[in-house]
Design a protein around this ligand. Structure first.
Ligand SMILES: Cc1cc2nc3c(=O)[nH]c(=O)nc-3n(C[C@H](O)[C@H](O)[C@H](O)COP(=O)(O)OP(=O)(O)OC[C@H]3O[C@@H](n4cnc5c(N)ncnc54)[C@H](O)[C@@H]3O)c2cc1C
Length: 337
């Protein structure tokens, strides 16, 4: 059992990280609990190397750098983050909540659900021959592109991630082959154009209508894969050091759907106070739904501020909802209003 906190935030994406900072600014105690092994939500898991152009104050910022800045901003309050912990239950005991994960129990006076699109995991290759190679030749997450320098890479998929990585790894890799089971690509037209230009220049190989058939090993090391044409069943062997399946993500709000909250599809319906209908439980970010909702980082930040201010006032009614201006706050070494 952990120490009781004022606000426990489910989700360490941009919304949850900003909520954590905001809690500290208000003088509340907080903690983040997230299923993923690292902070940053979609930004870290889905597009760390992409530039974002619509976050206030940045002409452009890499997703991973924005996560770094958000983490640094909240780190000044020294709140703990519990990663690799999937929240499954919300219980009430002795006048407070307890968030339950597979292995832990987190007592808390209030909850801010910043669970985004839910807990997500990469869609795995359907071929069983791939299973033993995950983590040692097959990687569905590119945390550090430098790790693939000089390698012969096969990317499988036809969406944004597959094309983005084919484009971004090309200059680092010894060879890039993009394999997709059709010639219909869901990626952004500009990126498809860039990859096609690299194909025309002989710098990338594109194999439409192929799928993984077999993995070839050299001792413990993945050394090649066999791909098979979906109609003719003709096979080709491609030398490879690694395979990057980029097949999208499966997301699931899972047990949150059973907490008696007002749900619409897979989103939590909130009012303008970010209240969920269950007293003491607030929501913010991509997980929320209301008329005019925009699923954007900017919106998540504003909702996080509202949710935390409301939660703080709900726990401590003598504290104002309105935080005042940070530029005057003693917590930042400024003269208090
Ligand atoms: C490719 C791509 C490009 C994008 N580009 C932009 C852009 O340019 N500008 C923009 O504004 N937005 C962009 N977005 C959208 C933006 O990423 C989201 O709006 C933002 O990530 C939402 O933040 P969030 O914190 O609400 O949720 P998320 O980032 O989804 O984070 C939610 C976190 O909650 C965790 N979680 C969920 N359920 C549980 C549970 N039960 N227990 C524990 N943890 C849980 C998840 O693991 C996750 O880490 C883009 C999205 C994608 C996919």
């Amino acid at each position: 059992m952990h120490e009781i906190r004022d606000i426990t935030i489910i989700g360490g994406g941009p919304t949850g990280l900003f909520a954590s900072f905001y809690a500290g600014m208000r003088g509340a105690t907080a903690q983040i609990v997230d299923t993923l092994p690292q902070l940053g939500g979609q930004l870290t898991a889905l597009y760390p190397e992409k530039y974002i152009f619509d976050v206030a104050g940045f002409a452009k910022v890499l997703a991973k750098d924005l996560v770094h800045s958000l983490t640094e901003q909240t780190a000044q309050f020294h709140f703990p983050s519990f990663l690799g912990q999937h929240v499954t239950g919300l219980e009430e005991e002795d006048g407070h909540f307890v968030l339950v994960t597979d292995t832990d129990r987190f007592p808390t006076r209030s909850v801010v659900i910043a669970a985004g699109i839910g807990a997500f995991s990469p869609r795995r290759l359907p071929q069983q021959c791939a299973d033993p190679w995950y983590g040692r030749g097959i990687f569905d997450n590119v945390a550090d592109p430098e790790a693939f320098r000089g390698q012969k890479i096969v990317i499988i998929g036809g969406g944004d991630s597959a094309f983005d990585w084919a484009h971004q790894l090309r200059d680092r890799a010894a060879a890039v082959t993009l394999v997709h089971r059709s010639d219909k690509y869901r990626a952004h037209g500009a990126t498809v154009g860039e990859v096609n230009a690299a194909v025309a220049a002989g710098r990338t190989t594109l194999l439409p209508f192929y799928e993984l058939h077999e993995i070839i090993a050299d001792g413990d090391r993945l050394s090649a894969i066999v791909v098979r044409e979906v109609k003719t069943k003709e096979t080709r062997t491609i030398e490879a050091d690694c395979v990057l399946p980029m097949l999208g993500f499966i997301s699931d709000i899972g047990p949150l759907a059973e907490w008696g909250l007002n749900l619409e599809k897979h989103e939590i319906v909130v009012n303008s106070l970010m209240e969920t209908g269950r007293p003491g439980v607030y929501a913010a970010g991509d997980i929320t739904s209301y008329p005019g909702k925009l699923k954007l980082i900017a919106t998540g930040f504003a909702e996080a501020a509202t949710a935390v201010n409301q939660a703080f006032h709900w726990i401590y009614p003598d504290k104002k909802v309105n935080p005042g201006h940070s530029s005057n706050m003693a917590v930042f070494g400024q003269k208090d209003d």
